[in-house]
Design a protein around this ligand. Structure first.
Ligand code: S3P
Length: 172
């Protein structure tokens, strides 16, 4: 049974919207970052620093493969870079419609704050802004591959969840 998949840049609200969707639909919530931390037995920052980013990206594919084997519809919230690997796309699509949450740079920076747990956004505020802009530009085409993009600025997680449910008639 197909569920729904949330992709999008860091700070676009995938986790918060995922929780709302899961509650409203009564479907379990699977978060690839959480799955990885559990399986690897260490936080994402340590996976990046000790094993390198490619190791983390391999974990992301494994997470999708494991989730795709589960028989029930689920809400899948993903890490911001999961869209980068071509091999992840058939897995993402198998899990359900792929919805990309988007937000403006200022909003992303406000939401991620001083990110202790996001290795790609560590550093001083000016540095973080230019890193966000650069990563967004690098990833724009990958995010555009999603089935639908949903802007989140000025919207509540519950409101966004409702829009996604309506768009895909997920509650029927
Ligand atoms: C990443 C996003 C993070 C996490 C890791 C890498 C990225 O997840 O997977 O730090 O490459 O954009 P969130 O998007 O949930 O912050």
């Amino acid at each position: 049974m197909r569920g729904v998949v949330l992709v999008g840049f860091m700070g676009t609200g995938k986790t918060a919207v995922g929780r709302e969707l899961s509650q409203k639909l009564g479907w379990p919530l699977a978060d690839t970052d959480e799955w990885i931390v559990q399986q690897a037995g260490k936080p994402i920052t340590r996976i990046f620093s000790e094993d390198g980013e490619p190791a983390f990206r391999a974990w992301e594919t494994q997470a999708l493969e494991a989730l795709a084997l589960l028989p029930m519809a689920q809400v899948v919230s993903t890490g911001g870079g999961i869209v980068l690997a071509e091999r992840n796309w058939p897995l993402l699509r198998a899990l359900g419609p792929v919805v990309c949450l988007t937000a403006g740079v200022a909003e992303i920076i406000r939401r991620v704050g001083r990110a202790q747990d996001r290795p790609l956004l560590a550093g001083e505020p000016e540095e973080v802004r230019s890193r966000v802009e650069k990563l967004l530009a690098q990833r724009a085409a990958a995010y555009q591959r999603a089935d639908w993009s949903c802007p989140t600025d000025g919207e509540s997680p519950a409101g966004i969840a409702e829009r996604i449910i309506q768009r895909y008639q997920l509650n029927l």
